[in-house]
Ligand binder design. Structure first.
Ligand SMILES: [Fe+2]
Ligand SMILES: [Fe+2]
Length: 395
């Protein structure tokens, strides 16, 4: 693989184009042209992502960039990266289990959680694609460089029927899904005060998509309860996906909340809270659906490969406030100061628990990036640190 660094994947703003607000348009435009000339000199290698933005940057765009803080650009660029990552994983789910997906057995197993699961998967995928495309288009419109992670699409696809054979950014084939969000949102405690929460289901080294047609033939029927080894394996995979959907989207809900507090421009804040609201919407949906994997009549499925069991969380030793599956709306929790009354809020929202670095660290622990190159981690962590370092500048 060619040498890769942050500059390759992240088109940073040309220094010459970072005209201060006091510079006039001609000056800014000359800077862009200067950068473009320089790029022609170094050729396409490593800078391919820079050139289209520079070529299409108008004087008006450069002026907009000058009015935007570097912190806002860093926030938008990290969110663009996060949305490209989300899009990549959701596309894998959609190819196999979406309403137009190609793996009937996986679709059937997902539909055991809710008959609308394939439609919701397709729609969630569309949403993520729109988030990534909008954020990059907005960056471009503002004369700022877009984010392109294509160089890191190196991970293998599933071999199961339905999956395209293309390089991926993310790996859904062996996940450690942190399900503590499930008990966190049922608790009155807030992780931003240091509280920790037990797992709802301990999901270790589990695939969330079918791996191949040998262990999970795509024509296998998926009755409830499963009636074969292959059906049990596929149902455990679909159940894992259900919890992973909610895990990803609750992370997005906290991430957008956290980064919104660092935004300076009212227009950028409008973008961050408006997309963030949809992450919350996704989370609420998946929280409801994954509960059906651990409620009757589906509860009790065991993966024949890994031994993972999805218990009935409504029956002893589970049940109650911490586990009851229909308690999906956030319990009021401590917030801001402990002597204030509990309030139903997104949590966590502090940078160290919910920010960009925390999100990448969590996705890494999830094994979502298993097999990625050191350059990938260097790149996304650089983007994450820049976003977390942004400070709100009130005008
Ligand atoms: Fe998104
Ligand atoms: Fe999302």
């Amino acid at each position: 693989m060619k040498k890769q660094n942050t500059q390759d994947a992240l088109s940073t703003v040309p220094a010459e184009a970072q005209a201060s607000a006091t510079e006039d348009l001609d000056s800014a435009w000359n800077g862009v042209v200067g950068r473009r000339t320089f790029l022609k000199g170094v050729g396409m290698t490593g800078a391919a992502a820079l050139i289209p933005a520079a070529l299409t940057t108008t004087g008006a765009m450069a002026a907009r960039r000058a009015a935007l803080t570097d912190g806002d650009v860093a926030i938008l660029q990290f969110l663009a990266a996060a949305e490209l990552i989300e899009t990549d994983l959701w596309q894998q789910y959609n190819e196999l289990g979406g309403v137009d997906g190609g793996n009937a057995s996986y679709q059937a197993a997902l539909s055991n959680l809710d008959g609308d699961m394939p439609q919701y998967i397709a729609d969630n995928t569309d949403d993520e694609m729109s988030h990534a495309a909008f954020l990059n288009a907005y960056l471009k419109s503002m004369g700022a460089e877009q984010v392109n992670l294509d160089a890191f699409r190196t991970l293998p696809s599933s071999k199961a029927t339905g999956a395209q054979q293309i390089g991926r950014l993310t790996n859904l084939q062996k996940l450690n899904v942190d399900t503590s969000w499930y008990t966190r949102y049922r608790s009155t405690q807030n992780p931003d005060f240091g509280a920790t929460f037990p797992q709802a289901v301990t999901i270790k080294n589990e695939p969330a998509i079918p791996l191949n047609d040998t262990e999970t033939p795509p024509g296998t029927s998926q009755p409830v309860p499963p009636d074969s080894t292959a059906a049990s394996r596929m149902q455990a995979i679909a159940n894992t996906a259900g919890f992973h959907f909610a895990y990803i989207e609750q992370g997005g809900a906290s991430l957008y909340t956290s980064l919104s507090l660092k935004v300076s421009s009212l227009e950028v804040l409008r973008i961050v809270v408006s997309i963030g609201g949809v992450e919350v919407d996704h989370f609420g949906l998946w929280h409801d659906k994954c509960g059906n994997a651990v409620a009757q009549p589906l509860a009790g499925v065991t993966d024949p490969e890994t031994g993972l069991t999805f218990p009935d969380l409504n029956a002893p030793p589970f049940g109650g406030e911490q586990f009851q599956t229909n308690l999906i709306l956030p319990e009021p929790a401590s917030f801001i100061r402990k002597n204030l009354p509990p309030v139903s809020v997104i949590r966590p929202s502090l940078t160290e628990n919910a920010g960009a670095v925390a999100t990448i660290e969590s996705f890494t622990a999830d094994l979502l990036f298993e097999g990625q190159t050191p350059q990938f981690f260097t790149t996304v962590m650089a983007l994450a640190r820049a976003a977390d370092a942004a400070e709100r500048q009130a005008h």
